[in-house]
Design a protein around this ligand. Structure first.
Ligand SMILES: Cc1ncc(COP(=O)(O)O)c(C=O)c1O
Length: 391
């Protein structure tokens, strides 16, 4: 019997597979489930992006291997977008690297920067690859708790100096998945100071920069002077342009960090399919109305869901950005796992228990703003009915 390597066993998340099993079991029993557990964009890409992808398929040379670092035209499009969106200047040859989705960069970056036993600072709760990538590189994880009392920002002064001195990398993500919190430039200035003091590489995942509400515009970590000396930022066209399956993202910032990842990746992949990079160029350089329209759609979903849950007596916060609501458990529940299982059985609505993202996520659930407005309203209606049992 083939035994997978020990590192594979470290990666499997029991809670996510439990959730999948529960959903399957309910559907097999004829329950009309409403799945608010996965954060996959469900809107179509803008027509001009699909046209660019289709047109590229007939171009000569398009099926050749691409360059690991990305086509120069794609990197120029990224540089132009960054300047227009954040006022940050990037050198396309040294400070931009294409990725097969930001997941590719997040999964592999530790292998390029971390030696076995090096400390990595990882948000808790956090998007799962931040931990999984560190485990693959045999890094020692030091969790940074994200707590409501601290507006879900890590308390950098609470990291003991001897831990900070050993730390090689720090992961950050604002707008955040799963806690849906945002960070301002004052916080990023603190981060740059801390990283400089201890020689830590900052990795900021900005996947949700364009999914923000009520006129809010999330900043780039690189807007802070000195940020490029200490860190990198990751982006995705998955969320901003509804291209999740195309697998295209990019990492920008510190040239030495990018080069280490480029060397690693040049041994693993041969870059992103050129037609997909062309679609990315169309997305980044073309009209941005679809980005604003998508944000408006998510904002309406947010309002319907939050209002519906509040009417059910569940006081959930209104997020400023991301595609999630991070909600404290209602009606006296203590265990997020127990709550989610009971919720699914009573209502057919599926959410992710906060503890699935790390121990500090206990006491919360993550609700994804996916699906049509009617389905979100229906989910809230079923929860309202169930809530009557607690009156
Ligand atoms: C915070 C965050 N980062 C990165 C990703 C990965 O996105 P992609 O690899 O599609 O760019 C996701 C996807 O859900 C995410 O939520």
């Amino acid at each position: 019997m083939m035994e997978p390597a020990r590192r594979i066993q470290k990666l499997t998340s029991a809670i996510f597979s439990e959730m999948d099993d529960l959903g399957r079991e309910l559907r097999a029993n004829g329950v009309d489930t409403i799945n608010l557990s996965v954060g996959s964009p469900d809107l179509p890409p803008a027509p001009h992006i699909k046209k660019a992808l289709a047109a590229a398929l007939d171009e000569p040379g398009i099926y050749r291997y691409a360059l690991t670092e990305g086509h120069p035209d794609f990197k120029q499009a990224v540089a132009d977008w960054y300047r227009a969106r954040f006022g940050v200047d990037l050198d396309p040859t040294r400070e931009i690297l294409s990725l097969m989705g930001s997941q590719d960069g997040l999964a592999h970056l530790y292998l390029a920067l971390v030696n076995p036993g090096d400390t990595v600072l990882v948000p808790d709760p956090g998007y799962p690859i931040y931990r999984a990538g560190a485990l693959l590189a045999e890094g020692e994880i030091y969790p940074l708790p994200l707590l409501a009392a601290n507006r879900f920002l890590p308390d950098l002064r609470a990291v003991p100096a001897e831990v900070a001195r050993r730390a090689r990398v720090m992961l950050l993500n604002y707008p955040n998945n799963p806690v849906a919190a945002t960070a301002d430039l004052a916080f990023f200035r603190e981060v740059v100071e801390f990283a400089r003091e201890y020689g830590i590489v900052v990795v900021h995942d900005l996947a949700y920069s364009e999914l923000a509400y009520d006129g809010y515009r999330p900043p780039s970590f690189l807007q802070v002077p000195g940020a490029k000396e200490v860190g990198v930022e990751l982006h995705s066209v998955s969320k901003s342009y509804n291209l999740a399956g195309c697998r295209l993202g990019f990492m920008v910032g510190n040239a030495a960090v990018l080069d280490a990842l480029r060397v690693l990746k040049s041994n693993i992949d041969f870059g992103v399919f050129l037609a997909v990079q062309k679609a990315g160029i169309a997305a980044l350089t073309g009209p941005q109305d679809a980005v604003r329209e998508a944000a408006a759609i998510y904002q309406r979903r947010r309002d319907i869901l939050v209002q519906g849950l509040r009417e059910a007596g569940w006081e959930v916060p209104l997020p400023k950005a991301s595609m999630f609501v991070w909600a404290p458990l209602p009606w006296g529940y203590q265990s997020s796992r127990e709550f989610v299982a009971e919720l699914a059985r009573r209502t057919g609505v599926l959410m992710v228990p906060g503890v699935a993202f790390g121990p500090s996520g206990e006491g919360y659930v993550r609700i994804a703003l996916v699906g049509a407005e009617e389905r979100l309203a229906e989910a809230a209606r079923r929860i309202r009915e169930w809530a009557l049992a607690f009156r």
